[in-house]
Ligand binder design. Structure first.
Ligand code: SF4
Length: 61
């Protein structure tokens, strides 16, 4: 089972869309800012955290 946790996007987000490209199940960019659609701990969340150019994504497990 995938765990439940809280995904956060900080004000450093520039809306580049990288997280959405990597992990569209979880992230979407709306009005130039990423938002979290579902707090699910699936593997692509970690990829998005790694590849966000602003370091704007974090999670509490
Ligand atoms: S990858 Fe980072 S900067 Fe780009 S939209 Fe996602 S959270 Fe924002």
């Amino acid at each position: 089972m995938f765990g439940i946790m809280k995904i956060k996007i900080s004000d450093a987000c520039k809306g580049c869309g990288t997280c959405e490209s990597i992990c569209e199940e979880i992230f979407e960019v709306v009005n130039g800012r990423a938002r979290v659609k579902a707090d699910l701990d699936i593997p692509c969340v970690d990829e998005a955290i790694e590849f966000c150019p602003e370091g704007a994504i974090s999670k509490d497990s």
